[in-house]
Design a protein around this ligand. Structure first.
Ligand SMILES: NC(=O)C[C@H](N)C(=O)O
Length: 485
């Protein structure tokens, strides 16, 4: 088994005992990227030079007995919509080609204090708009379990880099399922934290009332470790919450005796693949055997989630993306002869079709005369969706269902049909609308394509999610499986 298939905890021990050096890990990571990335396509930018330099410095520190930080020497990859100082950050868009940010996102500052090693920036749907990573301007990403399948999206590269054993962990971002759905398709652990748990400062904004950055890992404990590092109040993000950050990785017990699990009937109804449904229900049966109490509930407004999301998210996107005007960042059309043309041509040439679709939709629903009919109505429905969850959480600790209605689909199968792609998020979007934490963990296969189980909890109850997920991981463990590529 390669080092990159070991847990962060186990690597930490080896590094402390000087059995391995940070440069061994980086070398293994770079070798694996070189051997596999032309097949899976996880990376937009590989930061080989930065990684080797960091490894050299950490090798010296280790020599001197200074193995400091919770991620000392651990190889990581970051979704390309999280800004990294002096390292190209493209959001997988032509409009940001060659854009080198002048500062690090808060999550990067927090990670860097723990001494991990950055291997590069990961592919995604353009500006995180999509569910298959097929809207990237730069390249196609393939599912390591089946190269004919999409990896999911928008954090497709973040999922494949972990699944293919290219790095130990990655960060993704989740606006309507973009961490959990690719985690589900690629058989890794992906968490969307409670809205406000993690600072969004330096995450290129898509829909600010929904976006959260989340860790993608091989194991539940690795996930908890990364979350406890990146969480916390940040003066640079007024929506980050002043709540205590537990040491999640230390308090996981996996004890779920007496925990009440709710199964929403809408999450197992029409449109959900039979094998996906069965795998999740079997998983729930196992949790019941561990002492949990399982009951059926209803989340009656689930049906309205997708239409509501595409109004709210597009409205916010149309406003957020107005900053890409050819003046301030990245690409500027060479064909413009005056200011007006700079705006129009830069945006016309720089944005892809899906991004343009959302900007137009968002501008439309915010325009006077339509605001009340669409945007205001969507905000009202969002409240109803949140109230559905509030009611269930009065009695239950967690809600469980599939992460996505199906396993990964074929590359090219849905890309021409946005409505089909949007429908894949039916089980993840409501969680963003209500600001709740949700995690996807592997729970089976359909053929060679992984199935994900989603666990949802009350705001800031990530430790409850981790307990249930950790318990299940002792029973169903996918992370030892090495994928041949
Ligand atoms: N960004 C996300 O979380 C995914 C969602 N599929 C979207 O395209 O908006």
């Amino acid at each position: 088994m390669s080092l990159l298939h070991e847990s962060i905890e186990s690597l930490e021990l080896k590094l402390k005992n000087k059995e391995i050096k940070p440069s061994d890990l980086v070398k293994e990571s770079l070798d694996r990227i070189k051997a596999t990335d032309d097949k899976v396509g996880s990376f937009i930018t590989v930061t080989e030079e930065v990684a080797l330099k960091q490894a050299e410095a950490l090798d010296c520190a280790q020599e001197e007995g200074r193995v400091e930080g919770k991620l000392f020497g651990i190889p990581m990859g970051i979704k390309d919509n999280i800004v990294t100082k002096d390292i190209q950050t493209t959001c997988a868009s032509k409009i940001l080609e060659g854009f080198n940010p002048i500062y690090d996102a808060t999550v990067m500052n927090k990670l860097n204090k723990e001494n991990p090693i950055l291997l590069g920036k990961l592919n995604m749907d353009e500006f995180a708009m999509g569910g298959s990573t097929e809207t990237s301007y730069y390249k196609l990403t393939r599912n390591p379990h089946d190269l004919d399948a999409v990896p999911g999206g928008s954090s497709g590269g973040s999922a494949t880099a972990v699944a293919a054993g290219q790095v130990s962990f990655t960060l993704g971002s989740d606006t309507g399922g973009s961490v959990r759905q690719p985690a589900s398709y690629c058989g890794v652990v992906g968490l969307k934290p409670t809205y406000g748990r993690v600072s969004r400062f330096g995450l290129v904004a898509f829909a600010s009332s929904l976006d959260q950055i989340g860790p993608m890992t091989r194991t539940v404990k690795d996930n908890a470790r990364v979350l406890e590092i990146i969480s916390g109040l940040d003066a640079n993000d007024m929506t980050s919450a002043p709540v205590e950050v537990p040491e999640f990785s230390k308090i996981i017990t996996g004890d779920i005796k007496g925990k009440k699990i709710a199964l929403p009937k809408e999450y197992f109804g029409a449109g959900i693949d039979e094998e996906v449904k069965q795998a999740v229900l079997e998983g729930v049966k196992y949790l019941e055997s561990q002492g949990a109490i399982v009951e059926e509930v209803s989340l009656p407004n689930t049906d309205y989630a997708i239409s509501t999301y595409y109004i709210i998210a597009s409205a916010e996107a149309s406003s957020n993306l107005s900053r890409f005007d050819g003046i301030r960042y990245g690409y500027r059309s060479p064909n413009a002869t005056n200011l007006e043309e700079i705006y129009k041509k830069t945006r016309g040439e720089g944005f892809g079709a899906e991004v343009k679709r959302r900007i137009m939709l968002g501008t439309y629903v915010l325009s006077s005369g339509y605001y009340d009919a669409y945007y205001k109505k969507a905000q009202q429905v969002r409240t109803l969706i949140k109230q559905d969850f509030d009611r269930v959480f009065e009695e239950y600790d967690v809600i469980i269902g599939p992460t996505a209605p199906t396993v990964a689909f074929n590359i090219g199968e849905e890309v021409g049909d946005p409505i089909k792609i949007y429908a894949n998020d039916i089980l993840t979007i409501p969680v963003n609308m209500a600001g709740l934490p949700g995690i996807s963990i592997p729970c089976g296969f359909k053929g060679n394509r992984p199935i994900g189980m989603q666990i949802i909890a009350k705001p800031f109850a990530e430790s409850t999610l981790y307990d249930v997920a950790y318990n299940f991981e002792q029973h169903y463990n996918l992370h030892d499986k090495k994928i041949e590529l």
